[in-house]
Design a protein. Structure first.
Length: 406
């Protein structure tokens, strides 16, 4: 594929329509839904989900589905893809409505219901208008029922990141609307969560009304991640990607847990870094910098929120890692370093026991890895600690806190 520079009517040379690196960067947006032939390794999940929604295509009811899986395993993508296909495939006299809600944004009952009503409502067909704010929850429900009834035979509603929604009665009301005689249109909910216990924690009444099937999404392996990225290669200009870029991005994302979001983020970011560098092509070192940046972002969130004592503890482990060939250290050794740091910072130091708890908590957060070693009958159990993140990145992040500077 050769990409001719797009012709432009912009005359100001300050703005350049002809990007050196990207030819269609939108392909690398997280919310972008790629065409079917760019979707990799999800045939089984796609067909399972299609079976659950099948009824809608022929005028009967779709089933509810709960989708579980870690970040970047394609849950949102597959849900959007299959519901779009169901909508397009529907028999001539069948109208299917679909709507996608991100519960990280719309996290209250009123927000979810008003967004659904606004998204599904076609004013020219229903003659009603749905204001974005200002009505009571029950009014929004009424508008939603009316919208559904006038326009559709059935609807498929995707509630993404549902564990972030603060009120689970939405699920109950949506599930019961048809049997309660409120609407004639059947509703299938696809609820998505990366917390596997989500349904167990629901209130009993909600649980019994939200009858559903479950689908689990497994992480990708490095080959699948590579293929996912190769299928979007045309986001870049021809010949701009050097050959190691995609395999290296895949390797980094596979280390994480097989996260396609991370893979695509790194790839896009590598392109941005290359552009900033005024490079002609994207090279391996751009990927490494993009990866460092991604790690730093994730880590920064964890560290920024950490108490000062935890930062001092991490700094101790970080400095040992930077100044030694080893990367694992006994708790006692880190504690000594920590005490020095506290002294230099004019900070009280905690007891060894409290210090151990801090390391445990950091292990829980995935910043530190702790391994027990048994030193035999006399020696007892010792704990070896290792920093999971790159110590350079960790130190840089900790030192962003002015209280940590000596
Ligand atoms: N099987 C796949 N084939 C192609 N692209 C994928 C696939 N799975 C995920 N992606 C891409 O990876 C990114 C993250 O996927 P997403 O569906 O948002 O994951 P999740 O919802 O599980 O966190 C998106 O850009 C998506 O298009
Ligand atoms: Mg998602």
């Amino acid at each position: 594929m050769t990409s001719d520079p797009p012709s432009s009517t912009v005359n100001d040379p300050l703005f350049d329509s002809n990007h050196r690196i990207f030819s269609d960067k939108d392909l690398l947006k997280i919310g972008h839904v790629p065409e079917a032939d760019r979707i990799v390794g999800r045939d089984e999940e796609i067909s399972k989900l299609a079976k659950r929604l099948n009824g809608a295509v022929f005028g009967s009811s779709p089933e509810n589905v709960m989708i579980y899986g870690k970040t970047g395993t394609g849950k949102s993508l597959v849900s959007r893809h299959v519901s779009q296909r169901a909508q397009n495939a529907a028999e001539d006299n069948i109208d299917i409505g679909t709507a996608y809600i991100d519960c990280a944004e719309d996290n209250t009952e009123t927000q979810v219901i008003s967004s659904l009503a606004a998204k599904l409502n076609d004013e020219s067909a229903t003659d009603i208008s749905v204001p974005y704010t200002g009505l009571s929850t029950s009014k929004y429900y009424k508008l939603l029922w009316k919208t559904l009834d006038t326009q559709f035979d059935s609807t498929i509603l995707i509630l993404d990141e549902i564990d972030l929604m603060n009120n689970d009665s939405v699920l109950m009301k949506l599930s019961r609307a048809e049997e309660a005689g409120k609407i004639d249109c059947s509703i299938g909910v696809i609820a998505i969560s990366n917390k596997i216990q989500y349904v167990d924690n629901l209130n009993e009444r909600v649980k019994s009304s939200f009858q559903h099937k479950e689908i689990f999404f497994k992480p990708y392996d490095a080959n699948q991640l590579r293929e996912i990225m190769f299928n979007r290669e045309d986001a870049f200009r021809d010949g701009v990607l050097t050959e190691d870029v995609i395999p290296l991005s895949a390797a980094f994302a596979a280390q994480e847990h097989g996260d396609a979001r991370k893979a695509i983020d790194i790839l896009r970011h590598a392109g941005e870094v290359a552009y900033e560098d005024e490079a002609e092509r994207v090279h391996e070192n751009h990927v490494r910098r993009a990866q460092q940046h991604a790690e730093k972002d994730r880590f920064r969130e964890l560290v920024n929120g950490a108490p000062t004592q935890a930062k001092a503890a991490l700094l101790a482990l970080t400095e040992l890692s930077l100044n030694s060939k080893d990367d694992v250290f006994l708790t006692g050794r880190i504690y000594d370093q920590y005490e020095n740091i506290c002294m230099e910072l004019n900070m009280d130091s905690l007891s060894v026991r409290r210090f151990r708890d801090i390391l445990k908590e950091q292990a829980f957060l995935g910043v530190v890895e702790i391994e027990k070693i048994n030193k035999g009958s006399a020696g007892g159990i010792h704990l070896q600690n290792r920093l999971i993140e790159d110590p350079e990145v960790v130190r840089e992040t900790i030192l962003e806190d002015s209280r940590m500077q000596r």
